[in-house]
Design a protein around this ligand. Structure first.
Ligand SMILES: Cc1cc2nc3c(=O)[nH]c(=O)nc-3n(C[C@H](O)[C@H](O)[C@H](O)COP(=O)(O)OP(=O)(O)OC[C@H]3O[C@@H](n4cnc5c(N)ncnc54)[C@H](O)[C@@H]3O)c2cc1C
Length: 407
């Protein structure tokens, strides 16, 4: 195969968005995706912030991609105590991930990126201490070699090639195992509200969710750091005081299983001739497991840094380290706040969680958050809302709970 300026490994949202930005900046880009179709199979709920999508020039999306939008979130303790946030307008959207991924790939192709589907990258070519390209197997064909000045790895959570590049992959301690299900016949839900089921009894180490569509179907799922997520989903659907009623008549029409990495970004996401982006660099929110927006944000930075390096004719790690610095400048504060929040949530017993939700209701935290329009940059969000007296009191209370749980 012809040499190319840049190879992108993986045609997920992050790989395609990196390819789109690289192609727009004038680089010759080749994307390799192991599946025969982009976006299939999908493992993701596709719940994304509208504001962040707009900031990336991705909203509005083509018709049929957005399934529903939401201005409310209801949080439940395992005993059914409810805490709600009602926002003044829709802040999040559920996207169909197949269509979303295909839209991004289509945009990248239109900008000049070349996609090879059914093409699994087997290994990196390493020579003289740097990444020089990849070895790829297309369908049942022979392994081929593709030389490139720079390789952007967006292979998702498997992180096999990240390790081959000599980098440390995500922290295994931060891993949770998720199940995502399509269900029909959901009842007793508000069509503009996302349901979140907290607590160890139903989703230890994470939470469960229900994301309704307007036609009575929904995406339901959960993740856990222990046990079998499929069994926890059955328990959630049959025993949770609220979810069991909402899902009493629901039938599961499809399920998928996938891991999520909540441990924060990997320490180093660059090497000579190589950048890691998206899930394989663990650019995922430790609180919610959302990885699309931060992955796309970092993909754009990776494309800009790689393009500069290509123009300079120097793709050494000395030049590519700017990628890490720029991602860190933008996201490290939010990551550090979210990692603490995750630790706090994990430390709460189900009884304490019940207390926390009651206390948030008493203090009017839901009302104090009603003008929020940002859900991704949660550290900066905290700073913004801290000026409100009820939020300050809530923070003081939560801090006390945190310190008592983490002496
Ligand atoms: C159950 C669940 C629900 C989620 N819900 C949300 C949500 O609501 N909102 C949100 O923001 N995030 C969510 N996430 C996280 C989100 O799915 C990921 O963060 C996101 O998909 C990361 O994109 P990516 O492109 O880095 O990786 P992926 O989407 O995993 O894409 C990687 C691509 O690389 C391909 N690939 C891998 N290895 C090779 C290879 N060797 N050669 C060629 N191709 C290869 C794969 O086939 C795949 O297409 C969820 C995750 C799970 C598990």
């Amino acid at each position: 195969m012809q040499p190319t300026d840049a190879v992108v490994i993986g045609g997920g949202p992050v790989g395609s968005y990196a390819a789109l930005n690289l192609a727009k900046l004038g680089a010759k880009v080749t994307v390799f995706e192991e599946h025969p179709q982009v976006g299939v199979p999908s493992h993701c709920a596709g719940h994304l912030s509208i504001r962040s999508l707009k900031a990336m020039g991705l909203y509005p999306l083509p018709e049929g991609t957005v399934e529903n939008t939401y201005s409310k979130a209801n949080f439940y303790s395992p005993t059914g105590t409810k805490f709600s946030i009602h926002l003044s307008r829709p802040v999040t959207a559920a996207v169909n991930r197949e269509r979303f991924d295909q839209h991004l790939a289509g945009q990248a192709e239109a900008a000049g990126a070349v996609f090879h589907l059914g093409s699994r990258v087997q290994s990196l070519i390493l020579a003289d201490g740097r990444v020089r390209g990849i070895k790829v197997k297309q369908g049942k064909g022979n392994e081929e070699t593709v030389y490139a000045d720079v390789v952007l790895d967006a292979e998702g959570i498997s992180s096999r090639l990240v390790r081959q590049a000599g980098l440390s992959a995500f922290k295994p301690k931060g891993l949770v195992y998720a199940v995502e299900a399509e269900v029909d016949s959901v009842e007793n839900v508000e069509s503009d509200a996302v349901e979140v089921y907290l607590g160890r009894a139903f989703a230890p180490g994470f939470y469960g969710w229900l994301i309704p569509r307007l036609d009575g179907t929904a995406k339901v799922g959960l993740a856990t750091n222990t046990g079998n997520p499929r069994e926890f989903l059955q328990i959630l659907m049959s025993k949770h005081p609220v979810a069991s009623k909402q899902l009493a008549k629901a039938k599961i029409t499809k399920t998928s299983y996938h891991a999520i990495t909540l441990g924060g970004p990997i320490d180093r996401a660059y090497a000579d001739g190589f950048l890691a982006v998206g899930d394989c660099a663990s650019q995922v929110k430790p609180t919610t497991g959302g990885g699309v927006i931060f992955g796309l944000t970092c993909a754009r930075i990776a494309a800009e840094v790689a393009s500069e390096a290509l123009k300079k004719g120097d793709v050494s790690s000395d030049v590519l380290q700017v990628y890490q610095k720029r991602c860190s400048d933008l996201l490290s504060f939010d990551f550090s706040v979210m990692l603490r929040l995750r630790r706090f949530l994990d430390s709460l017993s189900d009884e304490k969680l019940d207390d926390v939700l009651r206390f948030c209701n008493k203090l009017g935290v839901g009302e104090a958050l009603s003008d929020v329009d940002e859900i991704d940059f949660q550290g900066k969000l905290m700073l913004k809302v801290l000026g409100k007296p009820s939020m300050l009191a809530a923070m003081a209370y939560l801090l006390m709970q945190y310190l008592s749980a983490n002496p």
